[in-house]
Design a binder for this molecule. Structure first.
Ligand SMILES: Nc1ncnc2c1ncn2[C@@H]1O[C@H](COP(=O)(O)OP(=O)(O)O)[C@@H](O)[C@H]1O
Ligand SMILES: CC(=O)N[C@@H](CCC(=O)OP(=O)(O)O)C(=O)O
Length: 273
């Protein structure tokens, strides 16, 4: 597997999942990796999740979180909590950690500068019938100006994934889809998705080194891929098909996983068009 590009001159989009963030020392190792790659000259954008952190806040407020095929059912109150947690806690914590690691990080959300525009995304209910997920969006427009401006000025953008809906208010977008849309729009050399598994696992729990569209479809049909891995593989595959040459799902719980994937082209599951 080739590495993404000539070291230090390309664009990397890194999706950092909420499940990979739970251990503080591993988060510190990840942020040091990110800062080191940025110092090498990579144009780097971090898109973060925060699903478990949103669940924790909902729980504290006595509210339930519900998912359909990996997408959160989002009513108005849930949307407020999503914004609060992502742009008020998870994002600033990552920005602060990156600053400590020596990077000039700058937090934005998908609504800032019109970065992400979305239309309503429907879920799939029983018998394939459309299911109303509430304020959930699918990205249909990416305006990369705000990212280019920050990158050109030497900042490392840290993106919270919610977007502008057609009614002009924020809507909830799964962070895997947000990262994928940003990687495509930037013409990134690579999309790295850090999660809390060794990669995509087969039915025996063994990590699959490489997957194409056909393999993904049969693993989904067999029920081997489910939950939060569904949007991840869907987003990864679409990104690979749309020209991002290096897409990899890697273990965010392992120190050095990001730099190994970027510099040595190894670890986790490579997704091929
Ligand atoms: N075949 C599979 N391989 C790996 N993980 C899977 C698979 N099928 C379902 N999953 C689930 O998907 C989860 C990762 O997705 P998610 O919880 O949304 O993480 P993140 O916060 O990183 O986006 C894993 O922790 C696991 O529970
Ligand atoms: C629509 C939808 O599901 N939005 C996600 C956004 C956060 C996210 O994707 O976080 P992870 O990457 O940690 O899973 C949510 O509300 O949980």
């Amino acid at each position: 597997m080739p590495t993404p590009a000539t070291a230090g001159r390309g664009t990397l989009v890194v999706k950092y999942g909420g499940n990979a963030m739970t251990d503080a020392s591993l988060q510190h190792a990840f942020l040091k990796d990110v800062a080191a790659l940025a110092a090498e000259g990579w144009r780097l954008v971090v898109v973060h999740g925060g699903g478990p952190q949103i669940d924790a806040m909902l729980g504290r407020l006595g509210l339930d979180g519900r998912f359909v095929n990996g997408l959160r059912v989002t009513d108005e109150t849930t949307m407020a909590v999503v914004q609060l947690v992502l742009a008020g806690a998870v994002g600033p914590d990552l920005v602060a950690g990156l600053q400590r690691a020596g990077a000039r990080a700058f937090g934005v959300s998908g609504v800032d500068g019109g970065l992400l525009g979305a239309r309503k995304r429907w879920g799939e209910g029983p018998n394939g019938r459309p299911l109303d997920l509430g304020r959930v969006g699918e990205v249909v427009r990416v305006d990369t100006d705000v990212l280019a401006t920050l990158l050109d000025a030497g900042y490392l953008p840290v993106v919270a994934p919610f977007a502008l809906a057609e009614d002009g208010a924020p809507c909830n977008v799964n962070a895997d889809f947000a990262a994928a849309a940003i990687a495509r729009a930037l013409g990134a050399d690579a999309l790295l998705m850090l999660t809390n598994t060794a990669g995509v696992l087969d039915r025996d729990g063994v990590v699959l080194a490489e997957l194409d569209g056909e393999a993904v479809a049969s693993l989904i049909a067999a029920g081997t891929i489910g939950g939060g891995m569904l949007p991840k593989v869907e987003a990864a595959l679409a990104t690979a098909r749309q020209g991002v040459g290096y897409v990899r799902i890697v273990d965010g719980r392992v120190a050095g996983a990001l730099t190994a994937a970027v510099r040595e082209g190894r670890g986790g599951t490579a997704i091929r068009a």
